[in-house]
Design a protein around this ligand. Structure first.
Ligand code: ADP
Ligand code: MG
Length: 240
């Protein structure tokens, strides 16, 4: 099982946001995706999910079905003003098993409750989601992901606007998932979090700058190269 990316270019209005990228995310990996603003990180994740079209190249899910890949987008896909309970939101992770109108059986109910317990939201199951802080809401979104029980977890800046205590609690949960064989691929922008939790890093600035062991990728030299490339891309935009 792996997600294989070959010579991938993805453009918006003819402007490439991801350019000739080759990469493989193998089963059980723990990868940070790192790069400057506008480097194409979200575009890459969306394309890996099949949400954007490849202009050239391909994304191949090798021995993976759609349900095997869970995705937490950068902008939440959930409207928090909906009158939905914490339990109901976490239970949306069962979608691939039961569809929109399916009933949650007792075993599934226990799984949802167990996922909420793991992110310390077990006591909040009956609250409505509009009562939650950002950190609590993000915990529930991670619980929804755990409920899906996918083999690959893709997360796009999951800790924005989330307090440090919650961030590290959720990083610990992601690490446990990885130790149980799940692949975790997360866009992050905090060096310390990446260094502490992610053995591998993929550095992107529209094109791939480097990938490999985090200590070999997050070097001053490679980070400056990524920043210089991102800056050059912005200057291009200015010229047009
Ligand atoms: P990152 O997540 O690394 O900050 P994105 O993948 O969101 O980068 O964006 C990469 C580039 O593509 C940026 O220049 C951004 O402005 C542009 N872009 C992203 N989404 C769109 C869109 N829907 N339409 C046009 N341009 C977009
Ligand atoms: Mg982004």
């Amino acid at each position: 099982m792996s997600i294989l990316i070959k010579n991938l270019t993805v453009s918006y209005q003819a402007r490439p946001a991801v350019h000739h990228v080759d990469m493989i995310f193998p089963t059980g990996c723990m990868y940070a995706i790192f790069g400057p603003n506008g480097a194409g990180k979200s575009t890459l994740l969306k394309t890996m999910m099949g949400l954007l079209r490849c202009n050239t190249g391909s994304v191949e899910w090798q021995n993976l079905q759609r349900a095997d890949i869970a995705y937490l987008p950068q902008q939440s896909d959930v409207d928090r003003s909906q009158p939905m309970s914490v339990f109901e939101l976490a239970a949306m992770g069962l979608w691939y098993e039961i569809g929109f109108f399916g009933r949650v059986n007792p075993t599934q109910r226990e799984r949802v409750q167990a996922a909420l317990n793991r992110v310390d939201m077990g006591d909040f199951a009956n609250r409505t989601i509009n009562e939650l802080s950002n950190g609590q809401f993000q915990r529930v979104l991670l619980a929804r992901m755990l409920v899906q029980n996918a083999k690959f977890l893709l997360l796009d800046e999951p800790f924005n606007a989330v307090d440090a205590k919650t961030t590290y609690a959720l990083l610990d949960v992601l690490r446990q998932e990885n130790r149980q064989g799940k692949a975790v691929i997360a866009v992050l922008h905090d060096y310390e979090q990446v260094r502490a939790y992610f053995p591998h890093t993929f550095l992107i600035a529209r094109e791939k700058i480097a990938d490999g062991k985090t200590e070999n990728v997050l070097t001053d030299e490679l980070l400056s190269r990524a920043n210089a490339l991102a800056q050059a891309a912005e200057d291009d935009d200015w010229c047009e």
